[in-house]
Design a protein around this ligand. Structure first.
Ligand SMILES: Nc1nc2c(ncn2[C@@H]2O[C@H](COP(=O)(O)OP(=O)(O)O)[C@@H](O)[C@H]2O)c(=O)[nH]1
Ligand SMILES: [Mg+2]
Length: 301
């Protein structure tokens, strides 16, 4: 069988997390139209029963960008480090974007990669085929790609072709994970991320970049059949607190309702969700809070 790790690398918002979710058929990575949504490496295992059989371990990463905060340094480090640890790289590129400095920045991070790289041109549901040609032409002049595959992670168009291409490129080996293993994301992290996604989706302006969610208590024991979750939503400034709380608490209630419904589906159990909004200035520079919020745990560097 074919077995290997595939890292999804690219600019923020390219659609890496959407692609990961599409491939495994479950929403593991939260998705939003705000950059820097993914703050962690997320591992998801997909088994293929075809010929050859295969086990592909997909690794979603934070987008590669110039970091301005400690949080972002950790995120980018994590993405770049994953390049050294995998068998194949999927370079995910938003095909609706023009060429720019960001393309060079990502390619520079890949300069050391000694494994095959597949260029994944994403969002083809929103761009005419002819507009892909200059992009393909430019990329081909920068480095060798094992394949170039246009896809839409949103509609699924082209994704099967991409998966076949990936399996082809992987080495032979033995399965590394049991058949039913889906992800290494702890349940607390999945819960916190679901709450954070609702904050991202329902609030606007600068808030999304400056919010973290910490699970204070994850309690399955007190009441059978009910998961009791106590979470803090951290914001950086006192002025941001009312945005999350909303008029008479309407916003935080809505965040809570939407997150609870999704978590009930995901965990297959009733969920009691308690949300608190707290001000923690500069949490993005604070390693202790970054650790608590599960942001790109510090690596060897
Ligand atoms: N139209 C379209 N939108 C997409 C596609 N893939 C992702 N998106 C959207 O692009 C935004 C960023 O997606 P996300 O997966 O969070 O990007 P990431 O930062 O690379 O992980 C979200 O609003 C997605 O819904 C696609 O194939 N087509
Ligand atoms: Mg993402």
């Amino acid at each position: 069988m074919k077995v290997g790790f595939v890292s999804l690398i690219g600019r923020p918002n390219a659609g890496k997390s959407t692609l990961l979710n599409r491939v495994v058929g479950t929403k593991l990575a939260i998705v939003s139209d705000k950059p820097q949504t993914t703050r962690n490496r997320i591992l998801a295992v997909r088994n293929y029963t075809g010929d050859p059989t295969a086990q592909v371990i997909f690794v979603d990463t934070p987008g590669i960008h110039r970091p301005l905060h400690r949080m972002n340094v950790r995120m980018v480090d994590m993405a770049v480090e994953s390049i050294g640890d995998v068998d194949l790289i999927g370079l995910v590129r938003d095909a609706t974007d023009g060429l720019g400095a960001g393309d060079r920045f990502v390619l520079e991070s890949l300069a050391e990669a000694r494994v095959p790289v597949i260029l994944v041109l994403n969002k083809i549901d929103r761009v005419a085929k002819a507009r892909l040609l200059p992009l393909i032409d430019w990329y081909c002049r920068q480095r060798d790609f094992a394949a170039i595959v246009p896809v839409s992670a949103l509609t699924g168009d082209g994704v099967t072709i991409l998966e076949r291409e990936i399996v082809e490129q992987l080495p032979e080996g033995e399965a590394l994970y049991p058949d039913d293993f889906l992800t290494d994301q702890p349940e607390r992290v999945l819960a916190a991320e679901t709450v954070r996604e609702k904050v991202l989706r329902l609030t606007h302006a600068e808030l999304p970049f400056t919010t973290a969610v910490v699970v204070d208590r994850f309690d399955e024991a007190t009441e059978p059949g009910v998961l009791r979750l106590y979470c803090s939503i951290l914001v950086e400034r006192a002025s941001q607190k009312p945005i999350v709380i909303g008029q008479g608490g309407a916003m935080v209630r809505r965040i809570g309702t939407e997150a609870r419904q999704e978590l009930e589906r995901f965990f297959g159990t009733r969920v009691f969700l308690d949300l608190h909004v707290k001000v923690r200035a500069d949490w993005r520079e604070n390693d202790r809070i970054l650790d608590l919020a599960g942001v790109a745990p510090r690596t060897r560097r």
